[in-house]
Ligand binder design. Structure first.
Ligand code: ADP
Ligand code: MG
Length: 914
């Protein structure tokens, strides 16, 4: 579609825009939208992070190592050793091939994930509303906007009701601006004053709107800005990757230094220059851990894929690392720890208690009076009045999907709707007789929702449902069986007592109120004006069972030294009752309420935060304070959220977690991770994966570097002692690529250790290459080098150099291969790590064993690997000798297990049971 540039959309009438874009209020047809999408391309700013295979391939040849190898091949050819030259060049190609394959896979899976967590947009097409990927929005589409949405494209408003947007992404202005479809905007108006437009990438805070898309992708205002700033090409590196890059550089120089010294020493001893060069180059190749960055990328990417299969979408790669060190999880209650499937069980109106039967959101069920001592005799009129409010202030619906009644919209409202209908109200009749006039939708700071209707007599009446304590504070009158009267202190006490009674039996309690209003324009009917001087009508107590998976996950967190903190907008008693059912806090544990938090300054909160596991009646702002307070104790905090207001807390947390189902776009955009099933257990599973990924990276590095250390030590000792080199260049390269390289890859992608959630969280500041790591690396290197050297020395006494080399090479390969099995866990004994969970490792090791034995018996293959004939029995003896390092390391593990089992466990965040 051609789109005239320099059109001031904001200064034109909607009619002319709709005509120009050949669209209408009903939106485009699907066919036309598809045609435009094909013609104009996707609505994306970056132009998409298309994975470019040739770039990845080229990157493989950027490394110094590759060129060292090519040089080594050339030297071999110069020396007249064709087989060696070909073997080395083959290794170059293989090395590049494997590197390419890994990185390509990693990039592809990350790109696939970005698609999964891509934003959606609500549009109207052919008159019907539907959700499509924001990238599929085209010019002429009609966007349907509501609070919490991120605007998908630049669009001209057709309708707006109390619509407010935050446009800080474009204008830097952080206050929400009011939008009107009918605003008169001058052609020359600056961006911030175009009140009849909404812009891509800005967010809707409140209200609703309908807007026709005038520009997409790079033609939007955001696109102009993005076009000005150079786009960073690749995915950003994680802190771990940065640290490992630095560590890798140190290793490169250390290795090259040693190799340089050995080269000089060799020359001094009279080794021919070319041979000495070749050995040094090969040793450099073997010693430098060039596979290190690839290993990290692959481990991260695969882990992230695994998480997505467990319904946790990671939006920022660095979050994966942080996840593993999470020490506190602050979580919502409703829908996350509980099912969020609510059924009203009790009603209270005009002094009488009722119980409600029925299951889920199904319409079957009855409301019967619960006889209570001294209760007022119930009247049908009173129950009817409550039912009218329950249904009257309600924008939810229930529908039969696949044989199950489900709430469409807010589940709390769904439950109220069902209860109201059981109690006799009729939604359709209400809508007909008292037509809808204006809405003040629920938000978790006000804790109530209001619907204003035009009553039969033409007056306006507000129907409210919300948190009883909040509504009571704004109520001045009560509804009784004998009419409405002023509320006394005694009435207030009765209502509070009723509320407490229901909340203590873990019911989520909502109050219902009404208020008659003077006629006014919808825009004048703000929450401040409407939600006061209320008449309190009744209470509803709904049941929302805890998720069994959450109970298990809370227990897992306890074992893993992770504190679980429940933060809810719900009543303290309900919160406490549910917390107890879930095992988050014992009975009688303190609950910090929003009012108490307001009374505390940050220092006071800091002093108490470690003792509080439950917060109730909080607002979004409190969440951020709680995050900060924990962080001041050096905790790594994960925080969940769903509403727009939660975005600051989610950003402030180390791991911001957005709910996939109930969360708004704004929250999702602020989050590091999106939980697609809203289940608390998924967060905990993601933490476990995070720990597993870190573990995998650590053990892979240890395995690789310990192997390199062994080779370097062996070669150094022999050169210093004036012995012939025990390993030929091709041996070093072979070990590097096959016996170390392939198992290392399998370790990097290992299934997480079953024990990952049995330890306390790793410190945020902990480094992989800590002293313990370096000690292990050296010790393992000494073990392998020692065994190999012993074999080599013994062989040299009785056999020629070629045979001795074959034996040394073989025993080193065996030692490395066997060690890879034990390397899978730093705590579990070898026989407790099932081989079935890493079949690739088993395959790779078996293949390597076979190739090694084969080289002793097949002359051609022996020629390539430069090995001599070795009787099978000798091979078996070497295998047994090669097992020595693994056995020693296993014994060490056993000893360490024994020591930790007898010492009392002192976790950093040991859960206090008080
Ligand atoms: P949470 O999700 O932690 O339970 P919310 O912030 O969603 O807390 O809700 C806080 C309180 O607001 C609830 O306890 C309830 O009293 C009230 N509330 C929740 N949802 C609605 C709604 N849709 N309409 C009216 N009031 C609601
Ligand atoms: Mg909620």
């Amino acid at each position: 579609m051609s789109e005239p540039t320099s059109v001031a959309w904001h200064a034109r009438t909607t009619a002319s825009i709709l005509t120009e874009l050949t669209s209408s209020d009903a939106g485009l047809t699907q066919a036309e939208a598809a045609r435009r999408l094909a013609a104009d391309g996707p609505n994306a700013i970056t132009g998409g992070h298309a994975v470019q295979p040739w770039r990845i391939l080229l990157a493989q040849f950027k490394s110094l190592i590759i060129w060292l190898l090519v040089a080594a091949g050339a030297v071999s050819a110069l020396l007249g050793d064709r087989v060696d030259a070909v073997a080395i060049l083959t290794i170059v190609v293989l090395n590049a091939g494997i590197g390419f394959y890994q990185e390509y896979q990693a990039e592809r899976s990350i790109a696939a994930l970005q698609l999964l967590s891509a934003p959606l947009a609500r549009v109207r097409r052919e008159g019907a509303e539907l959700e499509i990927p924001a990238a599929h929005v085209v010019a002429g589409d009609v966007l349907v906007l509501a609070g919490g949405d991120v605007v998908a494209a630049d669009a001209r408003l057709l309708q707006a009701a109390s619509l407010h947007c935050i446009e800080s992404a474009l204008t830097g202005e952080s206050e929400a601006v009011s939008k009107q479809a009918t605003a008169e905007v001058a052609e020359s108006a600056p961006l911030g004053d175009r009140d009849d437009m909404v812009f891509m990438g800005t967010s809707v805070t409140t209200g609703r709107g309908l807007a026709v898309v005038v520009a997409v992708a790079m033609r939007t205002e955001l696109g102009h800005i993005a076009g000005l700033i150079e786009q960073a090409d690749a995915a950003p590196k994680t802190p771990l990757q940065h640290r490992l890059d630095a560590f890798g550089r140190v290793l490169v120089w250390a290795a090259l230094g040693i190799v340089g010294v050995l080269f000089g020493l060799g020359l001094w001893r009279g080794t021919p220059l070319l041979e000495s060069t070749l050995t040094s180059v090969s040793l450099a190749v073997a010693a430098v851990p060039e596979g290190l960055p690839a290993v990290v990328t692959v481990a991260l990417a695969l882990g992230v894929m695994r998480m997505s299969r467990r319904r946790a979408l990671v939006r920022r790669l660095p979050a994966v690392e942080t996840l593993g060190s999470t020490s506190v999880i602050c979580t919502d209650k409703t829908g996350t720890l509980t099912f969020g499937q609510m059924t009203v069980r009790q009603l209270y109106v005009a002094g009488a208690r009722y119980s409600v039967s029925g299951a889920g959101y199904g319409p079957e069920g009855e409301v019967v009076v619960t006889p209570t001592a001294g209760s007022v005799s119930p009247t049908a009129a009173a129950l009817g009045a409550l039912a009218e409010v329950l249904v009257g202030s309600n924008s939810s619906q229930v529908a039969l999907c696949d044989g199950v009644w489900r709430a469409i919209g807010d589940p709390t409202e769904g439950a109220l709707l069902v209860a109201g209908q059981k109690a006799g109200a009729d939604r359709a009749r209400l809508d007909r007789e008292y037509p809808h006039y204006h809405d003040l939708p629920f938000d978790s700071d006000r804790k109530c929702s209001t619907t204003i209707r035009r009553m039969g007599d033409g007056r306006l009446r507000a129907f409210l449902n919300g948190a009883p304590d909040v509504l009571l504070a704004h109520s001045t009158r009560i509804y009784t069986a004998s009419g409405v009267r002023a509320m006394t202190e005694a009435d207030r006490a009765t209502w509070v007592a009723e509320n407490t009674r229901m909340a203590q039996s873990s019911l989520r309690v909502l109050g219902s109120c009404v208020r008659d209003l003077a006629d006014a324009a919808p825009d004048a009917l703000t929450a401040d004006v409407v939600e006061r001087e209320l008449t309190f009508v009744g209470l509803s107590g709904m049941h929302d069972p805890p998720r069994p998976s959450a109970i298990q996950a809370v227990a897992d967190c306890r074992a893993a030294g992770i504190r679980v903190v429940m933060i809810t907008g719900d009543h303290p008693h309900t919160a406490a009752a549910i917390a107890q059912e879930l095992g988050i806090a014992p009975a009688g544990a303190p609950v910090l309420g929003g009012a108490a938090l307001d009374a505390m300054d940050d220092a006071a909160l800091r002093a108490r935060v470690q003792d509080a596991a439950v917060y109730a009646r909080v607002t979004a702002e409190h969440k951020l304070r709680i995050v900060r307070a924990w962080q001041s104790h050096d905790a790594v905090v994960a925080m969940t959220g769903d509403g727009v207001n939660d975005a600051p807390a989610i950003r402030g947390a180390d791991i911001g977690v957005a709910m996939g189902r109930s969360g708004t776009d704004v929250t999702k955009q602020a989050a590091d991770m999106i939980i697609t099933d809203d289940d608390f257990a998924t967060i905990v599973a993601a933490v476990a994966e995070g720990r597993g990924i870190y573990d995998n990276i650590r053990k892979t590095l240890l395995y690789l570097l310990a192997g390199n250390t062994g080779e370097l030590l062996l070669m150094t000792v022999c050169v210093v002692a004036g012995l012939p080199s025990p390993l030929l260049p091709i041996h070093l390269l072979w070990i590097n690529l096959v016996t170390d390289g392939l198992p290392a890859l399998c370790l990097a992608t290992d299934a997480p250790d079953a024990g990952v959630m049995q330890d306390t969280p790793r410190r945020r500041s902990e480094r992989i290459a800590n002293p313990g790591f370096l000690r292990s690396m050296l010790w393992t290197g000494v073990l392998t080098a020692g065994v190999t050297l012993a074999v080599y020395l013994v062989m040299l006494r009785t056999r020629d150099t070629a045979d001795s080399r074959t034996a040394a090479f073989t025993v080193l390969v065996f030692a490395e291969l066997l060690r890879s099995f034990g390397a899978r866990s730093s705590t579990l004994p070898l026989w407790r790590i099932p081989l079935s969970t890493n079949p690739a490792l088993l395959g790779v090791v078996t293949l390597s064993f076979a190739l090694q034995f084969w080289s002793h018996h097949n002359t051609t293959w022996g020629l390539v690997l430069k090995t001599t004939h070795l009787p099978l029995i000798d091979g078996v003896v070497l295998l047994l000798l090669g097992a020595i390092p693994m056995v020693v390391l296993e014994l060490q593990k056993a000893w360490r297990r024994h020591r930790t089992a007898s010492a009392p466990q002192a976790g950093a965040w040991a859960v206090s049971a008080t």
